[in-house]
Design a binder for this molecule. Sequence first.
Ligand code: G6P
Length: 360
Amino acid sequence: EAAQKGGFPTFMLKEIHEQPNSIHTVLSIEQAQIHQLAAMIHEHQRTYLVGVGTTYYVALVAQYYFASLAKTFLPALSSDEFEYAAEVDGNTLFVCNSQSGETYDTLKALRFAKQRGAASAAIVNVIGSSISREVNLAIMQSSGPEICVLSTKAAVAQMTILLRVALELGKIKGVLSEQQYEEAQLQLKDLPEAIQWVLDQRMSVIRKIATTHCHIKNWLFLGRGIYMAAAMEAALKMKEVTYQHAEGMPGGFMKHGTISLIDKEMNTLVLVPPQREKDLYEATMSNVEEVKARGGFIVGFHYGEPDSRFNEEVIFRDVPSMLAPLLELVAGQLFAYYSAVTLGRNIDKPRSLAKSVTVA
Ligand code: G6P
C-alpha cells in the first residue's frame, strides 16, 4: 500500500496532488466529444445536471458555468431527488457525473429518465461501469484510480470537462464571440499550473490555519454564485473527513435564519471572488461584515490584498474568473485534509462512508 501511495502519507493527499495531471488529461479530451455533448444540450428542450454527494456539487458548479458562459439555465439536481422534481419526456436530456459509474441513486435516476424517453449522457471515471454503458454518450475522464473515499481529483476534473462543454455551448449559441471563445481556450490551458501553484505556494498557510482552528466544531462555509456551489462542496469535504459540522450556504441566505448561530463557537469560511467581479465581490464582503459585526471568526479565501476583515486569510494569485472558484476548491480540500490530520481522523476511510454506494 505504501508503494501505491507514492510517498504520500494518504491516498487523499496523493490524489489532491494528482490534480494538475488529471486536469491536463481532461483538457486533452477530443473537442469532438465536448462538442457532441454541447450539441445535445443545444438540441434538447430541457437538460438536467445530476449527481449525488460530491458529484451533485459538481453539477451545481456546472450550473453556474452554463449560466455565465452560455446564458443557459441547466438545473442541477441531486440524483436521489431527481424523480420527485424533474419533468421528463422525449425532449429531456439527462446528464450525470459519477466517479464510480455505479452509484445506486444516480443509476436509478438515469433509468427513470430513460424510461420516460430522455436522452442521456454521463461523465464517468471508471471504465466499463454501469452508468458509462447505459448512457447514449459517455465521456471518460481518465483520472486514474481514486482510492480515498472522498472525491478530489475526479470531481475537479469533471468540473473542468463541464466548463469546456459550457464554453462550447456558449460558442454554438453565439453567446461567446469567436475571439472570446479562443481566449477562454487559452486561459483553460493555465489551469493545471494554477492548481500546482496552490499546492506549492499555499499548502503551508492552509495547513497552519487548519491546524490552529480545527477544534472548532461548527463551521459556516459561505459564497455567492458559483462560489456558493464551491462552498457547499468544500463543506462536504470538511464534514466527511473531520466529522465536524460544516454547513455550506449562499451568502445572501445566511441572514434569513442561520446568522443567529454566529458566536465564538461557530467559525465562518468565506470563498470570495476576485475583486474585478465587483458586484459579487461586494455582496460577498457584506456577508463578511455581517459575521464580523456579531463577533464571528472568519477565514477568507480571496484574491485581493491582505484584508483585516478576515481573521485568517489565504490569498490566491490572480487567474481568469472562470478558474478562480476551482483554485479555492483545491484549497478547501487541503483545509479539510489538514483539519482531519490534526484531529487524528481516518483520512482515506472515514467512518460510515463508502467510496461507492451501490444500494438503496
Ligand atoms: C459516495 C461517496 C462520495 C461520492 C458519492 C457519489 O457517497 O462517499 O464521495 O461523492 O458516493 O459517487 P460517484 O461514484 O457517483 O461519483
